[in-house]
Ligand binder design. Structure first.
Ligand code: ADP
Length: 394
């Protein structure tokens, strides 16, 4: 609601004052209507909506106090300003007791009238704004409930049939004639598509757990370099096909950490996959694992498309993608292939739940570097600060 939407009804039996108010209020940007007495005013209230009633107190037919009571009774949100002479100032106070917003004394001082009407309009506008905010809040609450319901449905109703499909696909794979390349390719496509679907559902499941702050961790001690090797192998097809030079570097020797293996796997894989997805064919990507004091540092650097500075915080929000969603291409391997836009928000939540942090530096057109710092190092073999290639690359 804007100031120009506010409608004022002026009720005054003295024509000269009625006209003065009408022209002044219009000049100040309000919509104005007039009535010569209380009876006509009530009739007008029944026919249209007004926000402010400016009424004289001493009028024939129906006086201002009576009009005020009736209007407040039926339309309690209408603000009333009464106009009265010095002689009847106690009436003005009576009007205030009956719910009038303010009073104006005759002879009128237009500057004061302007001030009073603007103040009254401001009150109406803030009330309208509050009402709108309450409505928006209510809509947000409903949307949130809907989203929870949606997450619940994906978690419980889609996971089970998906597990069955996966199981039967494996049986089918064993049964079909492997020598027929068409059949083999069909089964392969079915398997990969099902894997993609499983991946989406698993992410939604993780998101649901994060919302409930119940991302269950199964903490164990393991060699994090072995985990990185596995991650490296799992993206092999992705960078090979696109001729990306991928270097994976780590301190020499085993690097034991106490953490949730699955969650760390997700963090490593997600950042590496993003670096590959957002780098053009033939470019370079580097992942590095280092022990720094009691911290584990995992850095993924690419020379890809980069992220505009003003978006570098927003990418960690759920369902956010920098690229235009109308050009969305769902793919885990193609250049610029999009996901659900929840990978980085999950990574951030996981990292923070481990007491760590994630940092990003990026320049559009030059590439991005994501660094995860985790306070989880348990032990590593002594003195190997020099980075060297992991077993995965040798
Ligand atoms: P998605 O599933 O779409 O990859 P993410 O949450 O992992 O979602 O990432 C959100 C968005 O951040 C991506 O859609 C992309 O626009 C941007 N982004 C993430 N990593 C990189 C990167 N290494 N280079 C450029 N943009 C990136």
């Amino acid at each position: 609601m804007e100031k120009q939407d506010i409608k004022i009804l002026v009720v005054e039996d003295e024509e000269i004052i009625r006209k003065l108010f009408q022209q002044s209020f219009q000049h100040w940007g309000y919509q104005v209507d007039t009535a010569e007495n209380g009876k006509i005013a009530l009739e007008k209230f029944r026919q249209s909506e007004y926000h402010i009633l400016v009424t004289d107190l001493n009028m024939p037919e129906l006086n201002g106090l009576e009009l005020l009571s009736r209007v407040k009774d039926k339309w309690p949100f209408v603000e009333v300003v009464v106009v009265t002479g010095f002689a009847t100032v106690e009436n003005a106070l009576g009007a205030m007791k009956k719910g009038a917003y303010d009073f104006i004394l005759k002879p009128v001082n237009l500057e004061y009238v302007h001030f009073t009407i603007d103040k009254c309009a401001q009150k109406i506008l803030s009330q309208a704004e509050n009402a709108e905010l309450r409505q928006v809040n209510q809509q947000l609450r409903q949307l949130n409930e809907l989203k929870d319901k949606f997450l619940y449905i994906t978690n419980h109703e889609i996971r089970t049939p998906l597990t069955i499909i996966k199981g039967y696909l494996e049986i089918l794979e064993a049964l079909v004639d492997q020598r027929d390349p068409d059949v083999e390719e069909t089964v392969q496509i079915l398997k990969e598509t099902t894997e993609d679907l499983v991946d989406i559902v698993e992410r939604m499941h993780m998101l649901g757990d994060l919302e409930k702050s119940s991302l269950a961790g199964r903490v164990e001690v393991f060699d994090v370099k072995k985990l990185l090797t596995r991650v490296y192998r799992s993206v092999f097809r992705l960078y090979e096909s696109r001729k990306i030079e991928l270097r994976v570097l780590a301190d020499k020797g085993a690097l034991f950490v106490r953490a949730d293996r699955q969650q760390l796997n997700f963090v490593f894989l997600e950042l590496l996959q993003n670096a590959l997805k957002f780098s053009p064919d033939g470019s370079k990507v580097e992942a590095r694992l280092e022990k720094k004091g009691e911290e584990l540092h995992y850095t993924v650097k690419d020379n890809g498309i980069g992220i505009p500075f003003e978006k570098q915080d927003t990418i960690f929000e759920k369902f956010y993608e920098v690229q235009d969603s109308t050009n969305h291409r769902t793919s885990r391997s193609e250049f610029l292939g999009g996901g659900l836009g929840i990978g980085l928000s999950l990574v951030k939540e996981i990292v923070q739940s481990m007491g760590g942090k994630i940092l990003v530096t990026s320049e559009p057109g030059s590439g991005s570097t994501f660094k995860v710092i985790l306070p989880i190092t348990v032990n590593s073999e002594v003195g190997e600060q020099n980075a060297s290639r992991t077993a995965a690359q040798s």
